[in-house]
Design a protein around this ligand. Structure first.
Ligand SMILES: Cc1cc2nc3c(=O)[nH]c(=O)nc-3n(C[C@H](O)[C@H](O)[C@H](O)COP(=O)(O)OP(=O)(O)OC[C@H]3O[C@@H](n4cnc5c(N)ncnc54)[C@H](O)[C@@H]3O)c2cc1C
Length: 410
């Protein structure tokens, strides 16, 4: 039977998250964007509220929830902070710790996961390199095994959470993608590591970093990491050597569902703003609201329809993820999620772009003034339009590969 209703647990969860965010996030989201900083006590509070490590079992310090609950949390967070910075912080700390939980060593899991769950640690993704983020199989950062450690050298760019790890929290890091095999092995010569930038408040020797001067979603930093002979203990190798590309693809597939959730949260906020503004903007001799012009009302109608379509894709993808990863239904495999996750990301990101640019246009010149905040959201969500967590064309490629067959798109 098809059921488009959330169940009682999901509804109650959404309500409690909304209540928390209305009190603790909504009043400060513009300040977070202005000051380029998510207050540490807000991060701790979010941990106490159970917003991180949602799909991870309680025995590892997670919330014992699933991807649908994670998507609900991220959607609500992006609605209450439509610059999407806090949503990005949250979605990374749900998707990538899950990959560590699934494939990491017991030592790495015990060290990192409970702290992520409590909001005391950050765990994101360090994949992108200066030569081109879409070519993950062409990763150049190297990790060489020397005795009990791997020694990593290379450069990562556009990495979220660099300042948060290196300057704000006492523990944190990234799922690092590094070459352990030959260049010719392409994706079969890549491993994944839990690279800690900081542990017990101490920076890992050999990691240099800088923060990029980004145009939006200022609350979470985007930076560069330079690795110079960084020693990574063998216990921080995630899964098998030379299989890291495959785990990363699973991580991206899961993270993109939450990215899509963030985009529908921001778009929902943008649509509400556009509706409220357009109803109140009255002019001409009869003082009509601008909604009486079809040029305006049809734009709002299109935006509402698009948002609903994107929302359905997001929750269908989350539902599929739960069937595969949480309920572990027989016969379903991680690759069965590819189409749904890529479709949700492609559509939700396009939708937030369309809805927020519609809001910009309907606000007219007022949108060009910082205080109306529409541009803050438009530019924040734009990070996903230009590439974060996988370029839109890469989503089209994944969908094409699924519907046509791999051999027809190579
Ligand atoms: C704010 C922000 C935060 C980010 N955070 C992180 C992070 O935490 N960790 C991390 O690892 N990365 C992060 N990224 C980087 C992100 O993953 C990359 O932007 C993305 O993978 C695309 O890589 P690129 O920007 O180098 O673009 P490129 O790969 O150089 O692509 C450029 C253009 O070419 C197109 N293109 C490339 N290949 C193909 C193809 N095969 N077919 C068709 N078109 C193609 C793309 O669609 C794109 O339009 C972040 C990016 C941003 C903007």
């Amino acid at each position: 039977m098809v059921d488009f209703e959330f169940n009682e647990e999901q509804k109650l969860f959404r309500e409690s998250v909304r209540e928390f965010l209305a009190k603790h996030l909504q009043p400060v989201w513009t300040k977070i964007d202005e000051e380029h900083y998510i207050p540490t006590d807000l991060i701790y509070r979010m941990g106490e509220q159970g917003l991180f490590a949602i799909p991870i079992p309680e025995e590892y310090g997670g919330q014992g929830g699933d991807f649908t609950l994670a998507a609900i949390a991220v959607e609500e967070i992006a609605y209450h902070d439509p610059s999407v910075a806090v949503a990005v912080y949250t979605l990374l700390n749900n998707a990538w710790p899950f990959i560590l939980y699934r494939y990491g060593t017991e030592e790495a899991k015990q060290l990192i996961l409970p702290e992520v769950g409590r909001g005391r640690a950050f765990f994101g993704i360090a994949s992108t390199e200066p030569h081109g983020g879409s070519d993950v199989a062409g990763t150049r950062t190297r990790a060489e095994k020397r005795g009990d450690v791997y020694v990593a050298n290379g450069e990562k760019i556009f990495i979220s959470g660099v300042r948060e790890v290196m300057e704000q929290l006492d523990l944190g890091g990234w799922y690092l993608i590094a070459r352990t095999g030959t260049v010719e092995q392409r994706h079969r010569g890549i491993s994944g590591f839990a690279l800690l930038g900081k542990k017990s408040g101490k920076k890992t020797p050999g990691i240099e970093y800088s923060i990029l001067n980004t145009i939006g979603r200022h609350g979470i930093s985007t930076g560069m990491l330079t690795l110079k002979d960084v020693e990574i203990p063998k216990s921080m190798l995630v899964g098998e050597e030379n299989r890291g590309f495959y785990y990363a693809m699973e991580g991206f597939t899961l993270a993109r569902i939450l990215v899509a959730a963030a985009n529908i949260g921001a778009a929902r906020w943008g649509l509400e703003q556009a509706i409220e503004w357009s109803k109140g903007r009255v002019m001409y001799e009869d003082q009509r609201p601008i909604t009486r012009f079809q040029g305006v009302s049809f734009r709002i109608a299109e935006a509402a329809m698009e948002l609903e379509a994107a929302r359905l894709l997001v929750y269908k993808a989350a539902w599929m993820a739960d069937r595969i990863y949480i309920k572990r239904e027989p016969g379903l495999k991680p690759k069965d999620l590819n189409f749904y996750s890529a479709s949700a990301k492609l559509k939700a990101v396009q939708t937030s772009f369309n809805v927020l640019s519609t809001a910009m246009e309907l606000f007219g010149a007022a949108s060009y003034v910082k205080e109306t905040n529409i541009a803050r959201s438009f530019i924040g969500a734009l990070s996903y339009y230009v590439g974060a967590e996988g370029a839109q064309n890469i989503m089209r490629y994944i969908i094409a590969r699924e519907v046509l067959g791999r051999e027809y798109v190579k």
